[in-house]
Design a protein around this ligand. Structure first.
Ligand code: BG6
Length: 484
């Protein structure tokens, strides 16, 4: 889809997100002809770079993260980038940005805040007081949006003083992942699944976002967050919403977000009374990853006291007609056995078998939506084993691997999301009330943990987390997909 000429301003442009994600994503969109000629990209941070110095840094980022870049295209793309040093404390540098932007007062303008949330306020105030917010202006906020409901409200209020809700794009990059959008296609572009998509036919759902990496250089931020706030409050709850929501009226932003909000509001509360039964916290200790020895979380942090969880498993329930009694097992963690993110929809067993015992056992159908790596959709079905030896049953996958089915590059989530910002399409961004509802479910869990004297359970780096996580599902006579 075509986009109009735009001005994009990236605050925090010398940081890790710009290096790994934003610059490579913008280059890809340019390469695909989606950055119209007159568009300008203003990169800003406190450091004083000349245009040439910043472009050299940006070149290195793109060379590192984009496999097949062409030098002449990269040169042309870098010409679009201008660097403006801005000191947000003193306001120095803002005048330069203002005069550059005012050359095009009516065009599409987007401010991307790739900075910590403590800078959201100062940036918004500067943008407001310098009259840089036009009707065609959008602002993009990176998570974390607060560390609980109260701090999220303060942040959102600060931004709302300068921007209207329809101008605010709260990124949850999981919503930009191809397979996540495919979940909507799968559910609502096929007649097959929806009639079965409820408690009568689905036994339970599992959502796993497992990472093999540790916290590495982000230990400072991570220790103030933990897995519940870093991954569950946003990415995992968004995935849960897309699995569980009612069919929206259309793909219109508010139709989709209204339905997601209803799911968040229907989540059964986890409080001090039931947290011990429904949640498991873990923290990794030294172990091995990809064959090499790796340190434990506390060693990386240099603080032997931290009770921050690097793993969490939860049993969630959605108290509504469609899902009553269907557990949603959620789990995420750092330094797990492998990097894998998937949604597993486990159907109920057949009501009655017509086969003899010799045919073997019949496993219930299972739909697996794999987000990463090896994006794809798999349906586990029972078939007859080939051969004349009588009726022997076997479960096999009906497998759709995106890489094999479509010989195209799988775009990064940020490519889609940045372009949606430019187009003004908020469907894949979180509305304020969704953020609030997600915190309203997370805060009591956090409070229950704070009130309990227990520390997170240890797990060895390179495993699937604490054994209590396995027990959480085994108690219900079920198993996590990888373990079973
Ligand atoms: C981020 C979290 O939002 O998502 C990180 O802050 C996490 O801790 C990352 O590693 C995972 O994203 P992806 O796209 O690599 O699965």
């Amino acid at each position: 889809i075509e986009v109009d000429e735009f001005d994009l301003v990236v605050f925090g442009a010398s940081g890790d997100l710009a290096h790994r994600k934003l610059l490579p994503a913008l280059y890809h969109r340019y390469d695909d002809g989606q950055v119209p000629d007159g568009s300008r990209i203003f990169c800003s941070a406190r450091r004083s770079y000349s245009d040439a110095e910043y472009r050299a840094w940006a070149r290195e980022a793109i060379e590192e993260h984009v496999k097949n870049h062409e030098t002449h295209k990269l040169d042309a793309f870098l010409e679009k980038i201008h660097y403006i040093a801005i000191d947000l404390a003193s306001g120095e540098g803002l005048a330069d940005l203002k005069s550059a932007l005012e050359e095009r007062p009516h065009g599409i303008r987007a401010f991307y805040l790739a900075v910590g949330p403590d800078l959201f306020g100062p940036i918004c105030e500067h943008l407001g007081s310098n009259s840089l917010v036009t009707p065609q202006t959008r602002i993009v906020l990176e998570k974390p949006i607060g560390k609980d409901g109260t701090s999220a409200k303060v942040l959102n209020d600060t931004v709302a003083r300068v921007f209207d809700e329809h101008q605010i794009f709260r990124i949850d990059h999981y919503l930009g992942k191809e397979t996540v959008q495919n979940l909507m296609a799968l559910r609502f572009a096929n007649a097959l699944f929806e009639p079965l998509w409820n408690a009568a036919h689905i036994d339970h759902v599992q959502i796993t976002v497992a990472e093999a990496l540790g916290v590495g250089g982000r230990a400072g931020y991570y220790d103030t967050a933990g897995a519940l706030r870093d991954m569950v409050q946003n990415h995992i709850l968004q995935l849960l919403c897309l699995v569980a929501m009612e069919p929206p009226e259309s793909m219109d932003a508010d139709s989709v977000r209204d339905e997601k909000l209803k799911v968040l509001k229907a989540l059964a509360p986890i409080t001090e009374a039931n947290a011990e039964k429904l949640t498991v916290r873990g923290q990794y200790t030294a172990g091995a990853s990809a064959g090499g020895a790796v340190p434990g979380y506390l060693d990386e942090l240099g603080n032997s006291d931290s009770a921050t969880e690097t793993f969490v498993a939860l049993k969630a329930e959605i108290a509504n007609w469609r899902w009553a009694g269907v557990p949603f097992y959620l789990r995420t963690g750092k330094r797990l056995a492998q990097r894998v993110s998937e949604i597993v929809v486990q159907f109920r067993p057949i009501p009655h078998s017509i086969f003899s015992q010799e045919a073997g056992s019949i496993s219930a159908n299972r739909l697996i939506i794999r987000l990463q790596p090896d994006e794809g959709v798999q349906m586990k079905i029972m078939i007859k084993d080939p051969g004349p030896g009588g009726m022997r049953l076997r479960q096999v996958p009906l497998d759709m691997s995106f890489a094999e089915a479509f010989k195209v590059r799988n775009p990064d989530a940020y490519e889609r999301l940045i372009m949606d910002v430019i187009r003004g399409n908020q469907t894949l961004f979180m509305r304020r009330d969704e953020v609030d509802a997600a915190w309203a479910w997370i805060d009591p869990i956090q409070a229950a943990w704070a009130a309990s004297r227990d520390k997170p359970r240890s797990y060895t780096a390179g495993t699937w987390g604490p054994s209590a996580s396995i027990a959480l599902v085994e108690r219900d006579h079920r198993t996590w997909a990888e373990d079973g």
